[in-house]
Design a protein around this ligand. Structure first.
Ligand code: ZN
Length: 711
């Protein structure tokens, strides 16, 4: 997941202020002076920054001169720097290291900021200038990036409702303000439910089946949480998933699984169901005001996919193959349980456990064999080394740089010749103050206006820390997540654009997962594993036979993983395809939607609606984006395979030019075609997931011979 940074932050400080958020930052690399920032500073800082931004916007609108690119678009790009600087610090910390004080500010701030952005995007004086420039765009002698900026800005304003009549604009503003409150509450409730639940494991009986690495991590969690129990499992994915994979205690697996899938559904004050229903209802109304039949139509109109039909075409196709595969997997797991004397019906909390055993039986491969080779430190090195080979980057750790938590690590990123590229922050371990999941975000976006701005990018993950004095060992999934977020990180770091709004990850949501998912491909290549996957005790490289067994098992359990994911994407589409959502009961809706789909009863959605933060936040009607991007990432990696070298220089140079450094300089499909020489083909995706042999074409992906969607 990528959090798109709003606009860049450059220093726009006041010399005299004692508020560290408003004063000049005389810190290494201009990093935020975290140690000096206290919750009480945010209120006054936001107030000052919002006031300055309002003045800047008012000045643009009031300019008596005829609109020009410079006095309107460029002025807009330069505005709001102080606000972005304050907001980037606040929202990064509100996700990665929150507290009751920050949560309180977040609740109060959400509607204020929504109202602020509404006022700008619905400002008629400002919009008339943008509209006029847009009408005259062919005669303005703009370069390609300027023209793209004009198109994107115009589209953003139109989509925000700038063309609506006064009454509709007022209603849009009210809806957005309410949505901001609801989305904030939704996220805080999920975090509260995650913090409220812990499984204490006492004695050998409770630990049955858990390998040493998982026990160590649970012991470390108990110590971190100051729990009297020797071992604790939490609802963080990296804590509960290994527990569900290995625990031989079916009763405990059931308890843990039920708590996990019921986040946001507690029936108490953190219950998210009514909130989700109101969010969906307001979005449906918003879409109608904007002239669309449904929110999905509205949302998808400005993406690569363009329409719900195009999304469904891809999802349905892969779904059919995946459901068939789940049936085979279920039969194998049921047989396995019987052979072991298990006299029970296969349930969702059994799947991961039995799949682990099945993997062992079929491929002689077990997560516990892989984990000792995947040290966090070595995986960070592997991600850096790959970036060095592909894009010529160097990473130097800065021990004295400011950081917001002692666990955070900071690296200076340069070219091989030592030219500065940016700063990379890595925040790897789970803690109660951190939202679950993994994401990339920015403290400062790249751009070239004025003196320019070098990016400050952060990866936030939720790994379970190793035992005291021992290295942190990752599952293969964890290591993949690390590469994924680092791929987003590179999209931010390598960005090479002039205008802040087009910088880095500010691209279409169904394109933004391409740089991240593509990067995952390098992790499991033998070239990488042989050098970086070394046993934490012996230092010996991962044996060839283990690498081969991992490769053989690559598509194992892909039916389950695909169904778990696509069910979410389809429910997201169904939810946002409602023309009206009066009286919506999200629980009943989810049940009915899954029944229509023929969801296998042993598989549960990867994110159920009451804790589905992606779609309640910025990925509404967009959860399909990962699969859409996967069509491209599988096809893009094939370019390296075809070149016969996973670090092929020419392919890497094109990839950097057209994807990783290109921000939103051009239409995403055009950018892809410029890299690959043709539109993406879906076959690589099916092969990657082990659903090969079904060659078919999807017209809407702009597949060769099909249409290339117009922007
Ligand atoms: Zn992502």
């Amino acid at each position: 997941m990528s959090k798109t940074a709003s606009r860049p932050t450059t220093n726009a400080p006041s010399r005299s202020s004692t508020n560290p958020l408003l004063a000049a930052w005389r810190t290494p690399h201009g990093l935020p002076p975290f140690a000096r920032i206290a919750p009480r500073h945010y209120g006054p800082a936001f107030k000052a920054a919002l006031a300055r931004h309002r003045e800047e916007i008012a000045a643009i609108g009031a300019n008596p001169a005829r609109p020009t690119f410079a006095n309107t678009l460029l002025a807009l790009e330069k505005s709001g720097q102080l606000l972005n600087r304050v907001a980037d610090v606040f929202f990064n910390l509100a996700s990665a290291d929150t507290s009751p004080a920050l949560q309180d500010i977040e609740r109060k701030l959400a509607p204020v900021l929504a109202a602020h952005w509404n006022a700008i995007q619905l400002d008629q004086r400002l919009f008339r200038r943008i509209e006029e420039l847009h009408e005259r765009r062919d005669s303005l002698k703009l370069d390609a990036e300027q023209l793209r900026l004009l198109e994107r800005t115009h589209t953003t304003f139109v989509r925000a409702g700038a063309r609506l009549d006064a009454a509709s604009r007022k209603r849009v503003a009210a809806i957005n303000t309410r949505l901001a409150e609801l989305v904030t509450a939704f996220g805080q409730n999920v975090l509260a439910d995650e913090q409220a639940w812990r499984l204490a494991l006492d004695g050998d009986a409770d630990l049955a089946g858990l390998p040493q690495g998982v026990r160590d991590a649970a012991a470390r969690t108990a110590a971190d949480l100051k729990s009297p129990a020797g071992h604790v499992v939490t609802l963080a994915r990296s804590s509960i998933e290994p527990f569900l994979q290995f625990s031989a205690r079916r009763d405990l697996r059931e308890d843990a699984f039920k708590a996990w899938v019921r986040r946001g559904e507690s029936g108490s004050k953190t219950d998210n169901r009514a909130i989700a229903a109101e969010i969906v209802r307001l979005r449906a109304e918003l879409a109608r005001l904007m002239g669309y039949r449904t929110f999905a139509d509205y949302s998808l109109d400005d993406t690569m996919a363009k329409s719900p039909e195009a999304v469904r075409e891809l999802l349905d196709r892969v779904w059919a193959a995946a459901v068939g595969r789940v049936a085979e997997e279920r039969a194998a797991l049921t047989a396995l349980a019987r052979n072991e004397g298990g006299n029970y019906r296969l349930e969702a909390w059994d799947w991961r456990y039995l799949a682990e055993k099945e993997r062992k039986a079929r491929y002689d491969l077990d997560e516990a064999d892989i984990r000792p080779y995947l040290q966090l430190e070595a995986m960070i090195d592997a991600a850096f080394d790959t970036a060095s080979r592909l894009f010529g980057l160097k990473f130097k750790e800065l021990d004295d740089a400011p950081r917001y938590h002692p666990d955070v690590r900071v690296w200076e990123v340069t070219t091989k010749a030592g030219q500065p590229v940016g700063i990379f922050l890595g925040d790897y371990f789970a803690r109660p103050s951190k939202r679950s999941g993994a994401w990339m975000s920015s403290y400062r976006a790249q751009h070239k206006l004025g003196k320019g701005s070098k990016p400050v990018v952060v990866n936030v993950l939720n790994f379970a820390r190793g035992a005291e004095g021992a290295p942190t060992l990752l599952s293969l999934d964890d290591a993949r997540t690390l590469f994924h977020e680092f791929g987003h990180g590179l999209h931010g770091l390598l960005s090479d654009v002039t205008y802040p709004s087009l910088s880095g990850t500010n691209v279409s949501r169904d394109f933004v997962e391409l740089p991240s998912q593509l990067y995952e491909h390098w992790l499991t290549r033998p070239e990488v594993l042989k050098r970086f996957a070394r046993h934490y005790k012996t230092g010996k490289p991962m044996p060839e036979s283990l690498i081969q067994r991992m490769a053989a098992a690559r598509t194992f359990n892909q039916g389950f993983a695909t169904v778990e994911y696509i069910a979410c994407a389809l429910v997201d589409m169904d939810l946002h395809a409602l023309e009206t959502a009066e009286g919506l009961d999200v629980g009943a809706f989810e049940t009915a939607a899954l029944a229509r789909l023929g969801m296998p009863r042993e598989v549960v959605m990867r994110h159920r609606i009451p804790h589905f933060q992606h779609i309640m936040g910025g990925y509404a009607a967009s959860y399909y984006s990962y699969l859409w991007s996967e069509v491209m990432d599988a096809d893009a990696f094939a370019a390296f395979e075809e070149a016969g070298d996973i670090y092929d220089r020419k392919t890497a140079a094109k990839l950097k030019q057209h994807v990783y450094s290109a921000g939103n300089r051009r239409d995403p499909l055009e950018a892809y075609v410029a890299f690959r020489g043709r539109p993406p083909r879906v076959e690589s995706l099916l092969k990657k997931r082990g659903f090969g042999g079904e060659v078919h074409r999807l017209s809407t992906l702009g597949v060769e011979g099909g249409q290339t969607p117009d922007r």
